[in-house]
Design a protein around this ligand. Structure first.
Ligand SMILES: Nc1ncnc2c1ncn2[C@@H]1O[C@H](COP(=O)(O)OP(=O)(O)OP(=O)(O)O)[C@@H](O)[C@H]1O
Ligand SMILES: [Mg+2]
Length: 147
C-alpha cells in the first residue's frame, strides 16, 4: 500500500445477531492482510474490532463498524444505537460485565472486551450517551509499514 493511499469501508451490525457474530471483524482482518499491513497490527486490529463488534451484538440494538486508512493511521469506528454505558470507569474495569446469564452461557460476559481494546489499540476513545448509544474510536499507527 502506498503511503498516501486512502481506503475506507463500513459494515452493518445487528444487536442479538449471534449467527453473524465476528463476520465484520474477520472481513476487516482479511482486507488489512491483503493490503500488506504487518501481522502484528492486523492481529491487534482484528482483536479490538472483534471485541467491539461483539459489544454491539451483545449490548446494543444496532450499529456500524467503519474503517479508514489515511495518513498512515488505521481508524476503526463503532457507532451504535443502544442503552449507552452508565459508568465508563466501571465498564473499563477488568471483569465488570452487565451481560445477562443467557449471554454468559454462550461464553461471553467476562468483562474483558473493553480492557483488551484499550490494551491492544494505540489510541482508544469511547463516547457514550445513556439511552442513546456508544461510539468507540480505535487507532493504529501504520507509520514505518513496509507493504
Ligand atoms: N456498545 C455497548 N453498549 C452498551 N453497553 C456496553 C457496550 N459495550 C460495553 N458495554 C458495557 O460495558 C461492560 C463491559 O464491557 P466489556 O466488553 O469489557 O465486557 P462484556 O462485553 O460484558 O464481556 P466480554 O467482552 O468479556 O464478553 C458491558 O458489560 C456493558 O455493561
Ligand atoms: Mg465485550
Amino acid at each position: 500500500m502506498a503511503a498516501n493511499d486512502t481506503l475506507e469501508g463500513c459494515f452493518e451490525l445487528m444487536g442479538g445477531d449471534f449467527s453473524n457474530a465476528g463476520a465484520a471483524s474477520s472481513e476487516l482482518k482479511s482486507i488489512l492482510t491483503k493490503l500488506g499491513i504487518s501481522a502484528d497490527i492486523v492481529r491487534r486490529a482484528a482483536v479490538t474490532a472483534f471485541e467491539a463488534e461483539m459489544n454491539v451484538i451483545i449490548h446494543a440494538v444496532a450499529g456500524t463498524m467503519h474503517y479508514m486508512i489515511i495518513d498512515n493511521t488505521l481508524t476503526i469506528t463503532l457507532n451504535d444505537m443502544g442503552p449507552g454505558i452508565e459508568s465508563i470507569e466501571l465498564a473499563m474495569q477488568e471483569g465488570y460485565s452487565t451481560a445477562p446469564d443467557w449471554v454468559r452461557e454462550m461464553g461471553w460476559g467476562a468483562g474483558m472486551g473493553l480492557p483488551n481494546i484499550k490494551k491492544y489499540a494505540d489510541i482508544f476513545k469511547i463516547d457514550t450517551v445513556v439511552g442513546e448509544g456508544t461510539t468507540l474510536e480505535i487507532y493504529f499507527r501504520l507509520k514505518g509499514e513496509k507493504c
